[in-house]
Design a protein around this ligand. Sequence first.
Ligand code: GLN
Length: 472
Amino acid sequence: MQIDLKNLTIEKAHASLKSGEFTVTQLVNSYLEVIKEKNEEINAYREIYNDVLEQAKIAEEMFKNGTDTLMTGIPMALKDNMLFEGHIASASSLILENYKATYDSGIVKQLKKQGAVFLGRTNMDEFAMGSSTETSAFGNTKNPLDITRVPGGSSGGSVAAVAMNGALVSLGSDTGGSIRQPASYCGLVGLKPTYGAVSRFGIISMGSSLDQVGPFGKTVRDAEILFNAINDYDEKDSTSIKKENRLESQPLKKKIGIPREFLSTEGTDPEIIKNFNESCKKLEEAGYEIVDVSLPLIKYSLAVYYIISPAEVSSNLARYDGIRYGLHEDGANLYDVYTKSRGKGFGKEVRRRILLGTYILSHGYYDAYYNTAIKVRDAIKDELTKIFLEVDAIVTPTSPMMPFKFGEKSKDPLSMYLADLFSVPANIAGIPAISIPSGKNSEGLPFGFHIMAPFLREDILFTIGKDFEKHI
Ligand code: GLN
């Protein structure tokens, strides 16, 4: 049975499963074949779960009983930081290499109910720190569009799984851009939802005030369907937004803002700016008014992010003490156990962030760094909130640089951090943002167009995104 995986969408798959054109098992087997053929080279998946065919049978039952949903039988991938009971979740770190989840994360619980099929867990930057998937303790993931280049990060495995047709859709997590930047590098759609729209319960934390789980798909509609499937209140996540506080969609002003001064930041590739300007023209053709807006503070987002996120990393990762979870090294005393276990278990980038974060939070520096960053964060949020009274959305390129080659940035952390320039403001402000493919350059490398919308207004991203897709 030959299924056209390259052009398959969730709705097409659903229709075919429903009509009996193919079964869930047949669909799953088609993906497993691709994975068998391609994963050795691409290294998108760290592991294919051993119960995939059992999951497929459960989905088939749902079709038989008529309890199916759009996600029933849809083969998808999970990032290696998402807990799925009885399966390993390692955050691609040696310290959790053999850590088996003892419960389901909120998102897995919701998707299980809907009959989604989890094919496996995907490679990522260690504890989601990175923009290239090169900090994984388990090897690089290659960009399926050009295997000499990185797929982006930190959700590099999740994006590569879909880009190589080894999953129909997948989930990533985004703390500073880790869904949108890899989506842009591999020619896919990637959505970072509003902070609190999707449960963080059972997601291995990086920066708790910034982390958010979201979908990858080939189309805006696929991202929307997967987002709808996980967009729910979870009492186990104290930052989850209750149903009654969620917004109804409202009509659009059909007005979009470009933060010009921010775009002229040094270091943005001129061919990216050119593609961005062409993309804005397409939106004009689609009937949107495009205006320049002034957002003088968002350029500080990157600096704020690299204070707040390491601070949160240092406290979140304190739990890996060699005793409670994962890797344990014997030592002469307790301190020795800590240093040996953490020294062996954490990679270089993770250690750099823990050191930075501990310094930022230490006595005497807390006010100067952490508290100042929190104040600037609030000012950035206010600035964005005001602008959204005038425009529906704000657009930028997704990344200031094209997909780069392995090793090109990994020796210079600051140049790697710059990859997050346009994506971090959405995390700082907690607002939703999406990356949509916007064409390719002469070498066949993809561009990404980035749209940010007000708090809880994912609907705006989907509306503009679908209009954009039609005109590109
Ligand atoms: N690249 C950013 C970082 O290294 C973002 C990571 C993320 O979103 N998880 O921190």
